[in-house]
Write a protein that binds this ligand. Structure first.
Ligand SMILES: NC(=O)c1ccc[n+]([C@@H]2O[C@H](COP(=O)([O-])OP(=O)(O)OC[C@H]3O[C@@H](n4cnc5c(N)ncnc54)[C@H](O)[C@@H]3O)[C@@H](O)[C@H]2O)c1
Ligand SMILES: [Zn+2]
Length: 359
């Protein structure tokens, strides 16, 4: 088992390894010694696979367990699902020391975290992440929330978990499509801050084994650990997203516009990959990123079966970015990678972003 401590204001551990679900009762008992009741929140895809294991492990440690299962999918990341969780906890007589365990991907983690952040003005959450995207990104860092009809993640709260459990064995049941989506975030870390990860992913691609990563347990665990360490390092410096944490938005400013314009029919990971591809080309054209590096980056995204292009025009991208919630004042933070393994935050007006994308 690998343990990475996130040095947030209230530090917590991320535990990574194969077979951790069976031990989750004991692990949660260690992290949340005062808790008596646990609400396990999960979706209709994940619950049939893993609920029984998690529930019996928790009950074995003497926890009183209840469940809230919602239909899988981003459309369910809304206030009525969260209200269902609140009601369940109220019915079960939860107190401030009881906890939510979010068992699933990023949708489950975001909602379970938000329900915990708001119930009784805040109880603890344990993230038990089962998707690649959630393991490398969503479950670490304490951002929780729900979508509104007007946009994604518009309502939420910071709520650092008490513990994060990442059983890499769960990745075996993830569809290839969802695994690939998670790889977009993995590749993002390689570009923005982790040159070693870039070399690991590139050499796999060159040897023709990019496609077998999902079934290569050892390599996969290593990669998940690297990404969690990277994210933990950022969170330790900027828990509330006022500075360096923004580099995690690489590819996201335009990716989010593409995602919204597709009416969410395109997945987040696919849109981030497209967004990265667009920024790579703009940096190359502006002369700040060497052609060779730009080619290597684009090839890496493609090697892991993700797209690098989209039909969005520079005008649509700049206009869409203007409405992004991450906007501060009149300028947009655009994250640039001009050297593989390091990122910079560049503040641009909408007009400057348009010029940059058109160059
Ligand atoms: N809080 C954050 O910092 C943060 C960061 C990135 C993304 N997010 C959010 O995360 C969400 C995307 O995460 P996601 O891709 O995990 O979405 P998701 O939770 O919908 O999971 C994707 C799909 O995989 C299924 N699934 C998950 N684990 C599985 C497993 N082990 N076996 C079989 N099926 C499994 C789910 O049921 C779902 O159908 C978005 O809502 C996004 O906004 C949050
Ligand atoms: Zn993302």
């Amino acid at each position: 088992m690998n343990k990475i401590t996130v040095e947030a204001a209230q530090p917590y551990d991320v535990l990574i390894g194969d077979g951790l679900l069976e031990q989750c009762g004991r692990l949660i008992r260690q992290a949340c010694s005062a808790a008596r009741k646990v609400l396990i929140v999960s979706d209709t895809n994940v619950a049939p696979l893993y609920m029984d294991t998690v529930k019996s492990s928790l009950e074995g440690e003497g926890f009183i367990v209840s469940e809230y299962i919602f239909p899988a999918g981003e459309e369910e990341k809304n206030i009525s699902s969260v209200a269902g969780m609140w009601s369940e906890m109220a019915r079960e007589g939860f107190t401030r020391t009881d906890i939510v365990a979010a068992l699933g991907g990023g949708v489950t983690g975001d909602m379970g975290g938000f329900a915990a952040a708001t119930f009784l003005r805040g109880i603890r959450v344990v993230q038990i992440s089962t998707s690649l995207l959630s393991m490398v990104d969503a479950s670490v860092g304490g951002k929780t929330g729900i979508d509104l009809p007007q946009g994604k993640n518009l309502v939420g709260a910071f709520c650092q978990p008490a513990l994060v459990i990442e059983d890499t064995g769960c990745l075996r049941s993830l569809s290839t499509e969802h695994f690939t989506e998670g790889m977009a975030e993995v590749i993002k870390y390689a570009f923005i801050m982790d040159g070693t990860l870039f070399r690991i992913l590139s050499s796999r691609a060159e040897s023709g084994s990019a496609g077998s990563l999902q079934t290569d347990a050892e390599a996969l665990t290593d990669i998940v650990c690297r990404c969690v360490r990277d994210k933990a390092m950022i969170i330790a410096q900027d828990e509330h997203d006022n500075g360096i944490r923004q580099i995690l938005n690489y590819g996201h400013t335009i990716g989010h516009v593409i995602e919204r314009d597709s009416n969410y029919s395109l997945s987040h990971g696919v849109c981030v990959a497209k967004g990265m591809g667009i920024i790579i080309r703009a940096c190359r054209r502006s002369g700040s990123l060497e052609s060779k590096s730009a080619d290597m980056m684009t090839e890496l995204i493609r090697a892991y079966n993700l797209p690098t292009e989209d039909k969005i025009t520079p005008e649509q991208a700049a206009e869409g970015a203007r409405n992004d919630k991450k906007k501060r004042g009149d300028t947009i933070s655009v994250i640039l990678v001009n050297k593989i393994g390091s990122a910079e935050i560049c503040r641009m007006s909408t007009e400057e972003l348009l010029e940059f994308l058109k160059t």
